[in-house]
Every structure is written in structure tokens, then in C-alpha cells.
Design a binder for this molecule. Structure first.
Ligand code: 5GP
Ligand code: ZN
Length: 119
């Protein structure tokens, strides 16, 4: 896993910079959103801050950016037309949270009936 990647070798920093290709669905000066390379649902988008933050555990004191990331996640879900059918927002932290990429991202999942199980 690359959860301890530094900014220089972070795949999501490279995506945010446009250095590696991604299927983008949203971008502003603080936040990017792009389709997951290995989608677990018909709609599976990752919402990430441009700034290298390892996980939500490191963002708890930045409520402004936390709010921006979550607001973009909702915007993406609505743009994917998921409001009526429903969707899930999820973010993982650390080993037991099964985080595999060490740059904060919120998963937007929808387009099928998701399991009620969370782990
Ligand atoms: P995590 O397990 O850290 O919560 O989620 C990481 C997600 O990033 C996984 O769903 C994985 O498929 C996705 N992912 C990993 N590498 C890439 C990549 O290079 N591009 C994109 N678009 N998604 C990626
Ligand atoms: Zn990063």
C-alpha cells in the first residue's frame, strides 16, 4: 500500500496536477473528482483535495477544506443522478480502515443497491 507516500510520489497528487491521466468529473482550485480506476459500482468517483493530506485523520482541524470535499462529493452524487436512488460516501483511514492510497479521498458510490454491510 502507498498510504505513506510523500507528496512527490503520491498518485493522487499526480492526478490533481494532471501529470497522470484521469477521468475527471469535477475540478476547482481546491478539490478534484475523478472516476475510480477499479469501480465497485456503476458510479464510483473519488473526491480529493488538491493539497496532499494523508487521510481524514489529518484534516480534522481544517473544517473549511473538509466541508469543501464533502460538498463536492454531494455535488458529484447529484450530477451522477443518484439523489433519488441513493448513494454512499465513504472515506478510509489507515490499516484497519483498509486505506490503500495515502491521499485523502471520499468515495462516491451508487447506481446499484449497495450492501448494508460496511466491512
Ligand atoms: P482506498 O482503498 O484508499 O480507500 O481507495 C483507493 C481507491 O483508489 C481504490 O478504489 C482504487 O481503485 C483507486 N485507485 C488506485 N489507483 C488509482 C489510479 O491511478 N487512478 C484512479 N482513478 N483510481 C485509482
Ligand atoms: Zn497526495
Amino acid at each position: 500500500m502507498s498510504a505513506d507516500a510523500t507528496e512527490q510520489d503520491c498518485i493522487f497528487c499526480a492526478i490533481a496536477r494532471g501529470d497522470i491521466p484521469s477521468d475527471d468529473v469535477y475540478a476547482d482550485d481546491q478539490v478534484v473528482a475523478f472516476r475510480d480506476i477499479n469501480p465497485q459500482a456503476p458510479s464510483h468517483v473519488l473526491v480529493a483535495p488538491r493539497r496532499h493530506v494523508v487521510s481524514i485523520d489529518g484534516l480534522k482541524d481544517d473544517q473549511a477544506l473538509l466541508g469543501q470535499v464533502m460538498a463536492v462529493a454531494v455535488k458529484v452524487a447529484q450530477a451522477e443522478d443518484l439523489s433519488e436512488s441513493g448513494y454512499r460516501l465513504a472515506t478510509n483511514h489507515g490499516r484497519d480502515g483498509a486505506q490503500s492510497v495515502g491521499h485523502l479521498h471520499v468515495h462516491v458510490l451508487g447506481g446499484r443497491a449497495l450492501s448494508g454491510r460496511l466491512g
